[in-house]
Design a protein around this ligand. Structure first.
Ligand code: NDP
Length: 480
């Protein structure tokens, strides 16, 4: 995804609203990486020694700085993504996540142990954070996704080095200014700038890696981490299904699904990208979904004029066009949208509803990452589950219908985050102490949960220290 040749001194990003290149942005030289990691490794010792309450106190001060800087953060991430509503949410996430994870951390990291099943032994636990964690993040929610793993890792006691996508680099500068206001974070939380080769180089130096991005790149990251035997957490693409069962509230299902499929212009890993509807409801649902999709407007010329922002990454338009062409060629009907539109130098796609689709079409198999809603009928719940699970991905899913039956269907789906009678709700629970863990299935990822205590415990190693508290020999000792 390199916009300019790799490892030039500077690169430019494209403004998604007008297509214009940014001023040159200095890249972090590969040659500096070793020093940056060494600085992080040194700083991590004092950071870990603060203990969890000490780290919570420092992050609370950072949160206050972040809160006071909301306007500049929103402006910068809007410049990267061309959208305002989602940018406000991204800026608000930081403080919310610090608070949520700070509520989880003390209990998650509390010492454990006590009497063991062998009467002469007690056990105590000791926790060691991954010293330097690398984070590599994508362009679709650039600020949030750069911090979604970094915040729990910081609370666990890691130093973190973040390599965001070069496609969306403007949000980094105000965040760096906020970090610079908290001296204790110096060397503990560092952003670097550059393309994929800088991310690849980062993996060679760190002690663990978190990656959010495409399945193709995730495979390379996991392979390299495997070769180095460092912990690796990859959160990848999705092709999330929604199932509408007989007895579902159609109005509710259509409204939730149109939102879940088009929020962020469908440039979300957990977007609804396939819709299966009980045959008796199919035609009415299709009409309702199309009616609602038509009501959504492009956020043009002003970012607040509508709900659907521009495509952030220009080459994504080629994938969307190819999926539409393939679907049309194989007999799909387009009910609204269906074209890449050019306005003001940006690339746009209106919410697009398709019917007469099959699993032979790319739009039902491969991640589109755009606001496309292909709708297909099913004849039994068994068939709905089979179709939903007929995917290499397994990130999230949604089921609409009478509560008990919808739950029964939900339990059979191969996906980590499943919504019943809602859609695309999973990310709103990131860091929420009240939810259970979720893990991606198949090509959607590998590694521990981003929710619950596990989200923090991913970043530590536990030591089990067992002590013989008696003066007696142990039963298995040689009699010598
Ligand atoms: P990419 O995989 O193209 O890039 C992700 C990050 O990896 C970028 O920072 C990129 O740098 C970097 N990178 C590229 N090549 C390498 C390499 N060889 N080694 C290490 N790092 C590398 O993903 P996108 O940015 O296109 O993001 C979209 C994808 O992310 C979609 O598939 C989406 O589903 C997924 N995603 C998953 C989420 C989840 O939680 N499961 C959440 C959000 C998105 P650069 O861009 O500078 O080239």
């Amino acid at each position: 995804m390199t916009l300019t040749a790799p490892q030039t001194d500077a690169f430019r990003a494209r403004n998604p609203r007008d297509g214009q290149p940014s001023a040159p942005i200095p890249a972090t030289p590969l040659a500096q990486l070793e020093d940056i990691v060494a600085r992080a490794r040194a700083a991590q010792k004092a950071w870990a020694a603060r203990g969890v309450e000490g780290r919570i106190a420092v992050l609370a001060r950072w949160r206050d700085v972040i809160e006071a800087m909301q306007d500049s953060l929103i402006a910068a991430v809007s410049q990267d993504t061309g959208r305002v509503l989602e940018s406000r949410r991204e800026a608000a996430n930081i403080g919310k996540w610090i608070d949520r994870w700070s509520a989880i951390a003390p209990k998650a990291l509390a010492p454990r142990g006590g009497q063991t099943s062998i009467p002469s032994f007690t056990c105590a636990s000791e926790i060691a954070a991954i010293p330097v964690l690398g984070v590599i993040s994508p362009w679709n929610f650039p600020m949030s996704l750069s911090l979604m793993d970094a915040i729990p890792a910081l609370l666990a006691g890691c130093a973190v080095i973040i390599k965001p996508s070069e496609v969306t680099p403007h949000f980094i500068a105000p965040l760096e200014r906020s970090i610079a206001r908290i001296p204790e974070l110096e060397g503990v939380l560092t952003y670097i700038r550059g393309a994929g080769d800088l991310g690849a180089a980062l993996i060679e130096h760190v002690d663990g890696i978190c990656f959010t991005g495409s399945t193709a790149t995730g495979r390379k990251v996991a392979a390299r981490a495997g070769a180095r035997l460092i912990p690796c957490f990859v959160e990848l693409g999705g092709k999330d299904p929604a199932i509408v069962l007989e007895g579902a509230d159609l109005e509710r299902a259509a409204r939730a699904i149109v939102t879940g499929a088009t929020l962020g212009t469908g440039q979300q890993c957990y977007s609804i990208e396939r819709i299966y509807v009980a045959r008796p409801l199919h035609d009415a649902f299709l009409a309702l979904l199309t009616e609602k999709a038509r009501k959504l407007k492009l956020a043009f010329p002003q970012p607040t004029d509508g709900q659907i922002g521009p495509l952030i990454f220009a080459p994504q338009a080629q994938i969307i066009t190819a999926h539409l062409q393939d679907a049309r060629d194989k007999g799909a009907i387009v009910h609204c949208g269906g074209e890449i539109e050019r306005h003001g130098g940006g690339l746009w796609v209106a919410p697009t509803v398709l019917s007469q689709v099959t699993h032979a079409m790319d739009v039902m198999r491969d991640e589109t990452f755009g606001p496309l809603m292909p709708v297909m009928a099913f004849d039994s719940e068994h068939e709905a589950v089979r179709l939903a699970n007929e995917s290499s991905y397994g990130l999230s899913a949604a089921v609409f219908g009478p509560q008990e039956r919808a739950m029964a269907v939900a339990r059979q789906l191969n996906a980590g985050g499943i919504n019943v009678n809602d859609a695309g709700a999973t990310p709103f629970f990131i860091g929420d102490p009240s939810v259970t863990p979720k893990e991606p299935f198949g090509a959607s990822g590998l590694g521990g949960s981003r929710t619950g205590p596990d989200s923090i415990l991913r970043f530590v190693r536990h030591k089990m220290i067992v002590t013989n508290v008696t003066n007696e020999p142990s039963a298995w000792w040689y009699d010598v």
